[in-house]
Design a protein around this ligand. Structure first.
Ligand code: UD1
Ligand code: MG
Length: 451
């Protein structure tokens, strides 16, 4: 059966206390909305409709960045989750498949759970996804069951004391035929504690029409809703725990797993070793057998086999390290390619550059890539030796097997095999240091007598 996915993302997220629309708050480097879209891909939806309202432009941009075929409908006023779904009525006019409604603030659904919902839909007209809360909380709609029949959903605010003790709660996910959904929504009123048109009113109305309504259960960790910064931090922690477990299962060594921060798209090959306190921002690939040493920060970069990075290294977007490259402490690499076996071991900045095979970059080397207006490139050949504290003023190139003297400020290209020295020549004054010491000591003695 073809499925139209409706993702609700119009709410303000008042409890987040933020200028950013709630569904754009990131978990592991990607907006919550992207997580929701990613997991719902398991439904293979024919249509995906995002309902936007607060910060609609930003939400729309984020949705289209994820997938340009997503349709965005606007809910001008946030009159409730039922009203939000109703905004897709026009877009789905004539659609005779199922709608599956998903909240943009419940990012962790598992594909198996969605498959179970689809399966339950074969025998029931309406399927709701619920979960058992470990502790009774003053939030979440309660699912009132009679055997496997879902009698109704009561929002916490509207529930009786007795209903509030029910632990089976609403995740927000609901699946049914599109026509059934819009027929039911026409009957939803806002006669409740919040004065909102609740999507959660649909099951009770459907029961009255003699439709069969059920709820299936999933794990709390899958469907917890993000309404506050505390929820957001909790959601990120859940993501991290899962992602670390996946890496460990895949043959990656994490010396102190709980100190490694991963992004939604971090890829690390087997037999890689990750030391404690490493942050992986978005877009990082680390190949098999590479080592990322403690306190390193990586984003948008690629680390090949047997490369060693850190401790205390920073790899920024566009850092591309070939096999066996070494990046040492306090080295920053940005938009730069380092060929096989190249070494930058200490205190350097390599930006907008290419470094050839087996070249060695001395401590304190800087590619001066920015003239205040434009960025320029530095090209270093193979087996070159860049002396410590060399300033490479880009655009500039250093040839294969060339050398630069320590402390040089290199402003013009250096040929293959040449040695370039660009620093003030050394001047030596015999005996001068001793004389200077005597003068200074005598001065100090005069001062202390005078005081
Ligand atoms: C909702 C459910 C509750 C469930 C909980 C699970 C209702 C009435 N309540 O409560 O039963 O246990 O989620 O997390 O459905 N939204 C809109 N337009 C609106 C209102 C909300 O698009 O007018 C969107 C929000 O952006 C959000 C989602 O719908 O993504 C849920 O809204 P939220 O306000 O978080 O509802 P809860 O109070 O969490
Ligand atoms: Mg919520």
């Amino acid at each position: 059966m073809s499925v139209a996915l409706i993702i609700l993302a119009a709410g303000k997220g008042t409890r987040m206390k933020s200028d950013l629309p709630k569904v754009l708050h990131p978990i592991a480097g990607a907006p919550m909305l992207h997580h929701a879209l990613q997991t719902s891909a398991a439904l293979d939806p024919a249509r995906t409709i995002v309902v936007a309202g607060h910060g609609a432009e930003q939400v729309q941009a984020a949705a289209l960045a994820y997938d340009p075929s997503i349709e965005v409908v606007i809910q001008k006023e946030q009159l409730g989750t039922g009203h939000a779904v109703d905004q897709a009525r026009g877009a789905l006019d004539g659609f005779d498949g199922d709608v599956v409604v998903l909240f943009g603030d419940t990012p962790f659904l598992q594909p198996e759970t969605l498959s179970r919902m689809v399966e339950a839909r074969q025998t029931h007209d309406i399927v709701v996804l619920g979960f058992d809360i470990a502790e009774v909380q003053p939030r979440y709609g309660r699912l009132v069951m009679d055997g496997d029949r879902l009698v109704k959903i009561v929002e916490y605010k509207d529930a009786t004391e007795e209903e509030r003790t029910i632990r089976f709660t609403n995740s927000g996910l609901i699946a049914c035929n599109a026509k059934v959904m819009f027929d039911m929504l026409s009957e939803v009123t806002n006669d409740n504690a919040s004065g909102e048109y609740y999507l959660t009113a649909v099951p009770e109305l459907a029961n009255a029409k003699g439709l069969s309504v059920t709820a299936i259960k999933c794990d709390e960790a899958e469907t917890l809703g993000v309404d506050s910064r505390t929820d957001l931090a909790g959601a990120d922690a859940i993501f991290q725990a899962r992602a670390r477990a996946t890496l460990l299962d895949g043959g990656v060594t994490l010396m102190a797993p709980e100190t490694v921060y991963l992004s939604f798209d971090t890829v690390i090959g087997r037999d890689a070793l990750i030391e404690p306190n490493v942050v992986f921002g978005p877009g990082v690939t680390v190949e098999s057998g590479a080592t990322i040493r403690a306190f390193s920060h990586l984003e948008g970069c690629h680390v090949s086999r047997r490369a060693i990075v850190g401790p205390y290294a920073r790899l920024r977007p566009g850092a591309e390290l070939a096999e066996g490259v070494r990046i040492g402490n306090f080295v920053e690499v940005k938009n730069a390619t380092l060929a096989t076996g190249a070494k930058v071991n200490h205190l350097s900045y390599i930006g907008d550059a290419s470094v050839g095979e087996a070249s060695n970059i001395g401590a304190g080397t800087i590619t001066c890539n920015y003239d205040g207006v434009m960025k320029h490139r530095t090209e270093i050949g193979a087996r070159a030796f860049i002396g410590s504290n060399t300033m490479l003023v880009a655009p500039v190139s250093v040839g294969d097997e060339a050398m630069t003297g320590s402390g040089s400020v290199i402003t013009s290209d250096v040929d293959d095999g040449a040695l370039a020295i660009a620093r003030a020549p050394q001047v030596e004054k015999p005996g001068m240091a001793r004389k200077l010491f005597e003068i200074l000591k005598a001065k100090k003695a005069r001062q202390s007598r005078g005081s």
